[in-house]
Design a protein around this ligand. Sequence first.
Ligand SMILES: *[C@@H]1O[C@H](CO)[C@@H](O)[C@H](O)[C@H]1NC(C)=O
Ligand SMILES: *[C@@H]1O[C@H](CO)[C@@H](O)[C@H](O)[C@H]1NC(C)=O
Ligand SMILES: *[C@@H]1O[C@H](CO)[C@@H](O)[C@H](O)[C@H]1NC(C)=O
Ligand SMILES: *[C@@H]1O[C@H](CO)[C@@H](O)[C@H](O)[C@H]1NC(C)=O
Ligand SMILES: *[C@@H]1O[C@H](CO)[C@@H](O)[C@H](O)[C@H]1NC(C)=O
Ligand SMILES: *[C@@H]1O[C@H](CO)[C@@H](O)[C@H](O)[C@H]1NC(C)=O
Ligand SMILES: *[C@@H]1O[C@H](CO)[C@@H](O)[C@H](O)[C@H]1NC(C)=O
Length: 579
Amino acid sequence: MRPNLLFSSLPISSLLFAASSLPAIVLSSPQSVTPKGEWSFVQNGTTGITALEVIVVSPTLILMFDRVFGDPLQIDGHQAWAELWNLETNTGIALNAITDTFCASGALLSNGTMVSLGGQLVELPPNSTTPPDGDGRMGVRLFEPCSDPSGLNCALFEDPATLHLAANRWYPSSLRIFDGSLMIIGGTHEGTPFYNVDPENTFEFFPPKDNGVPRFSPFLERSLPTNLFPRGFALPDGKVFIVANNQSVLYDIETQIETPLPPIPNGVRVTNPMDGTATLLPLSPPLYIPEVLVCGGSNSSDSIPSLNLTTQDPASDQCTRMTLTKEGIEKGWVVERMPEGRMMPEMILIPDGKVMIINGAKTGYAALGSVGELVAANGQSNADHPVFTPVLYDPEAAVGRRFDREGLPTTDIARLYHSGITLTPNGNIFLAGSNPNSGVVENDTFHTEFRVQYLNPPFMSRSRPIIHNVPEKVAFHDKVTVGIDIPNDLNEKDIKVALMDLGFSSHAFHSSSRLVFMDAELSGDKKSLTITTPPNNRVYPPGPAYIFVTVDDVTSKGTRVMIGNGLSPPVEEQGVLPS
Ligand SMILES: *[C@@H]1O[C@H](CO)[C@@H](O)[C@H](O)[C@H]1NC(C)=O
Ligand SMILES: *[C@@H]1O[C@H](CO)[C@@H](O)[C@H](O)[C@H]1NC(C)=O
Ligand SMILES: *[C@@H]1O[C@H](CO)[C@@H](O)[C@H](O)[C@H]1NC(C)=O
Ligand SMILES: *[C@@H]1O[C@H](CO)[C@@H](O)[C@H](O)[C@H]1NC(C)=O
Ligand SMILES: *[C@@H]1O[C@H](CO)[C@@H](O)[C@H](O)[C@H]1NC(C)=O
Ligand SMILES: *[C@@H]1O[C@H](CO)[C@@H](O)[C@H](O)[C@H]1NC(C)=O
Ligand SMILES: *[C@@H]1O[C@H](CO)[C@@H](O)[C@H](O)[C@H]1NC(C)=O
């Protein structure tokens, strides 16, 4: 601590400011303190399809998917249902998909290739000029790593005859696992107005394991009929946590054993069509103890026929958190409350370790056109009363102080069913989509939404730290030294380094999303940072990642790296496994 007399000539306000966070150098010139900036929503550009699935595929590109039902974007003389969004120009270009990607899932593999999985049986509008597309339910679509910043020479690859899933899956989810493959979870076989009445209660993998034979899951059976888009995460020991409906489970991929975990308390259901959302909280060295947070959804009974539910039924404000250790599981779910209920929220991990809870509605349900007494002006939306202000959750804060919306802005664009959202490599949040309608609708309150927005954190308007000379590929259990430039007004004693998978957004869920903090040491001259990478391929499933450095609450842009050997899955164990 500095003696108080050092501050004696300064006004009280700068004294408090300086004492709380700034390095000594600022004390001599308080007028150089820059404003801290503010959160803001900025609208920029419009998509040509409904961005109902969203994934960052390169430092400048976001890939989005919709369905074959009237989007204005054209390709080869017909409607497009895949689009590449350029973060530098805020414009999109059409990509050609063969099969229908409606309500599909996806993720990146260990070699950097994006895979889109599942979809729907084609549902063409009566007078469509679109050529008949393929049945998307077994769809596998590849987007190889794209080095062209504009994406002009990059394409989707599909060969439905030879490259497809083993089972029909509409509304599945998927995640990258420790060997760099994808695990694909559940889904339904065909058009279902609301509940999962024709389930595919299995897991499969891409590339396939078990000679392509799907594995039956008692958990998926137990979680019917409200278990579409199960929320699953790869844990740091390689097992998978899944929550669906009001049930949760640990799945050991290697022994194929399911271990039931405590159900979500208070009758709350958290998966489609009663969409809450879930995230794996940031993992920190040295122990990487996994904790999951599950928020929103509904406590309505799932034995009520959908026509007896209404758009005005309150969504749940409940969040539940559990530590996935023996002791944590014994303790069970700990209940917290959001400022309001949310149906279809998403949770975005941000590089300082907080969680942005955003989007969704205060009442009603996911899906469309299925509950009783739809509100005429709202078209087919099963949900009503959009939540227009996000809220931040700080996992490190004391219970009761974790939710904070001070300074968070309010938008007037509803992001309801069929919205997509992601953290970008720039460090801000991209929001697009919303279409609780079958087909494109113009004039309802919840019309098809093409406007793109960014939610900019306060640091976007400040001088930010810059990291450079970052290797393209980094190994596990290694030390990597990178260059760093830290603006003078930041306290360089407060440095956090996050290794992030930005995830795949579909149906109020960010699959594969992950933040692993890395220990880092700043050199004496403050020009380089030595980072310790995660110990092995289970703590961070091998594949693409972004490194963000946050100094004193100001986050750098993310730098893309390949973690692990970068080979095609399944890859071998890498780094050191705990003994
Ligand atoms: C929108 O994005 C374009 C391209 O990056 C940029 O030139 C323009 O300034 C942005 N407009 C606003 C309002 O941010
Ligand atoms: C397609 O049908 C809709 C009504 O079903 C009509 O409004 C629209 O004009 C038609 N479009 C074409 C190209 O015929
Ligand atoms: C979970 O939901 C099922 C119906 O889907 C219900 O039978 C069961 O009681 C619920 N469990 C809890 C703990 O609320
Ligand atoms: C659903 O609503 C109908 C018509 O109002 C009613 O007859 C029926 O009992 C309700 N069913 C349930 C399970 O609430
Ligand atoms: C169900 O959720 C609503 C909205 O959060 C709440 O008002 C109600 O008390 C809950 N009911 C039960 C039985 O927990
Ligand atoms: C929607 O409203 C606009 C402006 O009032 C009108 O020009 C357009 O025809 C309407 N579209 C439909 C599909 O009704
Ligand atoms: C990545 O692996 C997948 C699955 O084997 C393969 O289809 C794809 O072409 C590979 N991509 C690269 C860049 O090697």
